[in-house]
Design a binder for this molecule. Structure first.
Ligand code: UDP
Length: 332
């Protein structure tokens, strides 16, 4: 079986669907702090999905999973991922993202499970020295979230040398959209991300969408990011595990579309895709936002054979359908 930590969360749950579609049996390990039991229940209707509620910070919780199931490999998502919160509460990030992962890796070694695909982030690069950012860009995180993930990357390299643990580190850029059948979607409380926030402003009683800063050193003054579709991203995890099974070699890959879209660009595209005016206002910059982040993802294409195929319009469409379903059905 494949153990997917954080499988009840946004990217984790989409990856569960991808693995199920490819005939795999899954154990989800999630503390449900950000993940949702409703998501697990939906996934369990789609295939062989076991669920264990537990917390990475308690090594006994992880030990229990490895004793109960025959685990072949781990796909590790479970983490906190809000930059601002990590600045205010670094202990939460280092305890869960770093120390929690150490518990996971030690348990893997103990049970002789030596393959892991890890959700890392472009936040490990910090303020970019050049764009597009490739995997050789200096890693110099500017917040505890990025630092907590970079420490794990380093630990994995040391664990490879010392214990033969093979890891694929996937450095995500921005992620958007949801399952094309709208069975699951992006469900954060509170929501802080760009596309869901724009879409939420289209529903009654929601506040106008706020653009965080239009005085950046970019063409239209708003920040540029690289928005990769979540189903494309999920596919990269399967390809990464195939690669590990085939080559038994550790490596690291950026995952992005290689296109930079500004906040205004995304906003305009949302209005076009939905064919409606969306209330908007300009607000001050949000702390810690670099002006421009987008990926050079050639390595993932060349070595993993990964080819993101869904457009930003596709991501906006599915994200909107999910929001609508969420507002009309799930929140009733
Ligand atoms: N952003 C915005 N308004 C929002 C949410 C986000 O203008 O309500 C901007 C944010 O400042 C950043 C970009 O959209 O420049 C992407 O932010 P998001 O939180 O989606 O992802 P991040 O880049 O922080 O991982």
């Amino acid at each position: 079986m494949i153990l997917i930590t954080g499988g009840a969360g946004y990217i984790g749950s989409h990856t569960v669907i991808n693995f199920l579609d490819n005939g795999k049996d899954i154990v989800i390990f999630d503390n449900l702090e950000n993940g949702h039991i409703e998501t697990v229940q939906t996934l369990q209707k789609l295939g062989n999905v076991k669920f264990e509620q537990g917390d990475l910070r308690n090594i006994e919780d992880i030990e229990h999973v490895f004793e109960k199931y025959d685990i072949d490999a781990v796909i590790h998502f479970a983490a906190f991922a809000l930059v601002g919160e990590s600045v205010e509460n670094p202990a939460k990030y280092y305890r869960n993202n770093t120390f929690g992962t150490l518990n996971l890796l030690d348990t893997m070694i103990k049970h002789n499970v030596k393959k892991i695909v890890f959700s890392s982030t472009c936040a490990t690069y910090g303020e970019p020295e050049y764009t597009p950012i490739d995997e050789n860009h200096r890693q110099n995180p500017i917040n505890p979230y990025g630092a907590s993930k970079l420490m794990v990357e380093r630990i994995m390299e040391d664990y490879d040398r010392a214990y033969g643990l093979k890891s694929i580190k996937l450095r995500y850029f921005n992620v958007a959209g949801c399952d094309s059948q709208i069975r699951i979607g992006e469900w954060h409380e509170p929501e802080t991300h760009l596309i869901p926030n724009i879409l939420k402003s289209t529903f009654k009683c929601e506040q106008p969408f706020k653009i965080f800063g239009e005085d950046y050193d970019t063409e239209d003054g708003t920040c540029i990011r690289d928005y990769v579709n979540v189903e494309d991203l999920a596919e990269a995890h399967r390809l990464a595990l195939d690669y590990l099974n085939r080559e038994n070699k550790s490596d690291v890959f950026n995952l992005g579309t290689e296109n930079g879209d500004s906040v205004k660009n995304i906003f305009d595209t949302c209005e076009k895709v939905l064919d409606k005016k969306i209330p908007v206002e300009v607000a001050p910059r949000r702390a810690g936002d670099p002006a421009k982040l987008y990926a050079n993802a050639k390595k993932a294409k060349e070595i993993l054979g990964w080819q993101p195929s869904r457009s930003i319009q596709d991501s906006i469409k599915t994200a909107y359908m999910w929001e609508k379903y969420f507002v009309e059905e799930l929140q009733k």
